[in-house]
Design a protein around this ligand. Structure first.
Ligand code: DGL
Length: 275
């Protein structure tokens, strides 16, 4: 058993979709969550900037003596996972592989769609791994640059016109490709699941964050690293504005986190260097 907390980071609120699933599966774990809202959207940054911001988040988590780091961000996983894994003294988990594995198991017609940020789609990581695990799959990926920002602003109601316009912009290629399974490759997107379903009709949605939480849980249990005993606690940190973060997190989680939230100084993203 390892008593130390699990560290989770995202560019903002999206990673809460992963943190919440982990908390449900592993209620005895302490969790340290950092949302780098000041620097979001990561999806519009260069790979170098994404690596640098991810390193900062990871340093912050290591200062809290975490036993494992969960990158609850598709963009940071696709652009920085391999680098962080080499540099970090504790195990680092990302969202891509678990989501891809679930998609491969889920699809019945062999046609899989990916919705993710611009930087994730450009990295080709989701597409590459899908093809590697199941070469005969037909894969369609589309970037949705406005989606994460909307969710971060608390705009995700299925009837909100701004959301509907964005969905009309991003989803037609997946509909035309007749996909039966879609990977929500950015952890902000599960908040838009209703909108995506309304547009797409019958389709299975894979939440990358939740899929990764399930796989992380299995791994920690297998390695004897899970914590047991008293109920764990989640502490939240944001580099953005605390009130906005806690209001929107409250909307997403259905509970008030303001007592457990601290604002920290924005982490400068040119600190460079390795972990
Ligand atoms: N939640 C992040 C992801 O999973 C990205 C949002 C952003 O662009 O910052 O990709």
């Amino acid at each position: 058993m390892d008593e130390r907390p699990i560290g989770i980071f995202d560019s903002g609120l999206g990673g809460l979709t992963a943190a919440e699933e982990l908390r449900r599966l592993m209620p005895f774990e302490d969790i340290i969550y950092i949302g780098d809202s000041h620097n979001m959207p990561y999806g519009e940054k260069t790979p170098e900037q994404i690596v640098s911001m991810s390193r900062n988040n990871l340093r912050f988590l290591l200062e809290h003596d975490v036993k494992a780091v969960f990158i609850a961000c598709g963009t940071a996983t696709t652009n920085a996972l391999d680098i962080l894994r080499k540099e970090c003294p504790v195990p680092v988990f990302g969202v891509v592989e678990p989501a891809v594995r679930e998609a491969v198991k889920t699809t019945e017609n062999g046609r899989v769609g990916i919705l993710a940020t611009r930087a994730s789609v450009a990295s080709g990581e989701y597409q590459r791994l899908l093809k590697k695990l199941s070469p005969e799959l037909f894969v369609t990926a589309n970037a949705c640059p406005k989606f994460a920002g909307m969710v971060e602003e608390g705009i995700f109601d299925r009837h909100d016109e701004r959301v509907l316009i964005a969905a009309g912009e991003y989803l037609p290629p997946l509909k035309a490709a007749k996909v039966d399974t879609i990977i929500l490759g950015c952890t902000h997107y599960p908040l838009l699941a209703d909108v995506i379903r309304d547009f797409m009709g019958e389709v299975k949605l894979i939440s990358s964050g939740a899929a990764a939480a399930r796989s992380l849980c299995a791994l920690l249990v297998e390695k004897g690293m899970a914590r047991e005993g008293a109920k764990g606690e989640t502490l939240f940190f944001t580099t953005g504005e605390a009130r906005g973060f806690s209001e929107k997190a409250g909307l997403m989680l259905g509970r008030d986190i303001s007592e457990k939230l601290r604002k920290i100084q924005p982490l400068s993203f040119d600190r460079g260097g390795k972990i």
